[in-house]
Design a protein around this ligand. Structure first.
Ligand code: NAD
Ligand code: DAU
Length: 351
């Protein structure tokens, strides 16, 4: 019986990871620690909330007394750390919460794990889930590899880069058993509709403007979220302590091409005249410091640990759109209240 702490398990990627771990490893006890910010939602875990090997703990990783107590009480064998502020635009508008959660919160977890594992580190692992944004921005050529120099350019990516450095520093200085992965853009069900794909799906459905930043020529590498959490499982169990693994989808799209694809698929699904959703596209002011292109070379993970993405993008988009069209109550619940204030401020429009 292993006891694993997953932080941020009520969020987008975290909820998919909790589901995979609870279902795949009935002999593990999975503890989900989440403070339930606007992005955390226990509705994401309805299907497994009563599983005998699953428990939810509400708590804030920036509270070190709480974190220390939890580690003393529970004796975790492993940590999969996903809790974070994750949205770049929010980090540009107000960076401080990103510093608190992504940096300070991570250090509290590192300190608690170090103390808890001081007498026995065999079999223990602190897995820090990070982002490809720490590497900065690419031109039209080239890929991020694991030893690409860090060059974070938004408050979000700088906070994630800082936490990556601290995780590595605890390994080198205190021999804390750690592993890190840096992944490209995820998409799929349960993603909060402030991120590009669910925002566009929701707006197309409601015939609202589709805000494309700048010219829409920025490039992102999209990965199905369920493939990301499968990679996390493989790395947790077979990755080498102290190492970093890049995770990506080999699936680069400009934002404008992607929005066009979403419009065309949804015109067909919603029986609208072909081309009508594209008329909703509105070019808006560019994101400050907008990174041009991210692209991942994931050969270390693919060749070394045998992982590869399972789903083609057209199939993944189809499934994702269907999910958002079918889960209207979820969508309405998460987009009510404080989200509406954020949306109005961000896009200067009424919801
Ligand atoms: P998300 O915003 O959907 O979820 C974050 C979760 O963390 C939420 O449930 C939230 O309530 C929780 N949380 C926030 N602050 C907390 C705190 N102080 N204490 C406890 N819980 C807290 O994020 P996501 O998109 O699922 O990303 C998860 C992780 O994966 C993040 O670390 C992110 O940097 C990383 N990542 C995300 C992507 C992506 O495309 N979304 C890609 C690569 C890496
Ligand atoms: O690369 C991994 C990262 O991907 C993760 O670490 C982050 O947590 C995650 O949010 C994501 O960051 P991005 O900034 O790439 O994702 P976002 O969905 O916010 O934007 C994707 C692209 O679309 C980006 O170039 C900005 C653009 N965009 C976004 C929004 C919300 C628009 O053109 N219009 C929009 O309304």
């Amino acid at each position: 019986m292993k006891k694993i702490l997953i932080t941020g398990g009520a969020g987008f990627i975290g909820s998919h990871l909790v589901r995979l771990m609870v279902n795949k490893y009935p002999n593990y006890e999975i503890v989900n620690l989440d403070t339930l910010t606007y992005a955390g939602n226990l509705e994401n875990l309805k299907d497994i909330e009563n599983a005998s090997n699953y428990r939810f703990v509400k708590g804030d990783i920036t509270n070190h007394c709480f974190v220390d107590e939890l580690f003393k009480k529970e004796s975790f064998d492993g940590v999969m750390h996903l809790a974070a502020e994750s949205h770049v635009d929010r980090s540009i508008a107000s960076p401080m919460q990103f510093i608190m959660t992504n940096i300070i919160g991570t250090v509290h977890l590192l300190n608690a794990a170090r103390e808890s594992w001081k007498d026995k580190i065999e079999g223990k692992c602190f897995y820090h889930i990070s982002t490809d944004e720490v590497y900065g921005s690419l031109g039209n050529e080239g890929y991020f590899v694991e030893d690409t120099s860090y060059d974070p350019r938004s408050p979000y990516s700088a906070s994630k880069a800082s936490s990556d450095h601290l995780v590595r520093a605890y390994h080198h200085t205190y021999n804390l058993p750690i592993v890190i992965s840096n992944c490209s853009n995820n998409y799929g069900s349960f993603q909060f509709p402030e991120k590009l794909i669910p925002l566009m799906i929701n707006n197309i459905k409601q015939e609202k403007p589709l805000p494309v930043y700048g010219k829409g020529d920025n490039v992102r590498d999209w990965l199905w979220v369920e493939d990301h959490v499968k990679a996390i499982d493989v790395i947790y169990h077979n990755g080498k302590i102290g190492e970093t693994y890049n995770i990506g989808g080999d699936n680069e799209w400009t934002n404008l091409d992607l929005v066009h694809a979403l419009c065309d698929i949804m015109d067909e699904k919603l029986n609208k005249p072909s081309g009508s959703s594209r008329n909703l596209i509105t070019f808006v002011e560019d994101r400050k410091g907008h990174d041009h292109r991210y692209a991942i070379d994931a050969r270390k993970l693919k060749l070394g640990l045998g992982w590869k993405p399972s789903l083609q993008f057209d199939e993944g988009l189809d499934k994702t759109i269907d999910w958002y069209l079918q889960n209207t109550e979820w969508l309405e619940n998460v987009t009510s209240g404080a989200y509406q204030d954020y949306y109005k401020e961000q896009y200067k429009v009424n919801v």
